[in-house]
Design a binder for this molecule. Sequence first.
Ligand code: ADP
Ligand code: MG
Length: 272
Amino acid sequence: KTNYQSEYKEIKCIGRGNFGSAFLVQSRTDKNKYVAKKITLGQLPEKEQQNALMEVNLLRYLDHPNIVEYNGSYIEDGILIIIMEYCDVGDLSYHIRKKKKADENFTEEEILHWFIQISMALEYIHGRKVLHRDIKASNIFLTGNNTVKLGDFGISRVLENTSDAAQTCVGTPYYLSPEVCENKPYTYKSDVWAMGCVLYELCCLQHAFSADSLLGLVYKIVQDKHSPIPDLYSEDLRKIVEMLLLKDSSERPLVSQLLLTPYIKQKMEEFI
Ligand code: ADP
Ligand code: MG
């Protein structure tokens, strides 16, 4: 039986998120770099810790070019450690910030190319009855060849009742859907809403909804219309943003329906 310490060497901490910290590590066997996510399960009883590990291990069977690869997991001293592919070109939140700083915009082509890849990843996991639950710009990674990969899915469900989740709900939940704000269940359509928020951000370089307080944010998500995306983008793109950010989840498309809209289909063919 292997353990984390004997398999990987930690290089550095690369950040802290909602559910723990991320480390850049090197495998002692294949010498490649990976990312290790560490999540404290401390409070959870032994049995639930094992359940969490089993759920995370299921993620290994998701295999798609636009999904960050999982390479295994460990539980050591009440800490869940998830090993995943290292994406070294940065996440989309970083690229969005960079564009904004340069006072430039992404081209419609760039946006759609990324958006379609992420939609295909989402269609793949929804087709396997897995919800992502944490789609956001910082969970979408750029790799070489302008490929984007969706990471960190499913983990949030496993981790909802860990001690880390309770303590570190510090990040502002910009991507909460109206139905979740209204205390209704999280569904496939809630993932689609979050995709709409990411698409909006790629176009506008700012969140679709933001406020100084959680209550203010929830109010805006449920009530307010987002401001329009810049004129430089097509009417087709504008309509897709509108469709994904429909407040009523029953009117919002599933990702499989989204991929059937004529403009998306046309772009998909162009990108092949
Ligand atoms: P969050 O998603 O809330 O930002 P994470 O713990 O998932 O928090 O990530 C923390 C930092 O580590 C982020 O800057 C993210 O870009 C980076 N990171 C996470 N996973 C990977 C990965 N697989 N490859 C490269 N960087 C990653
Ligand atoms: Mg993340």
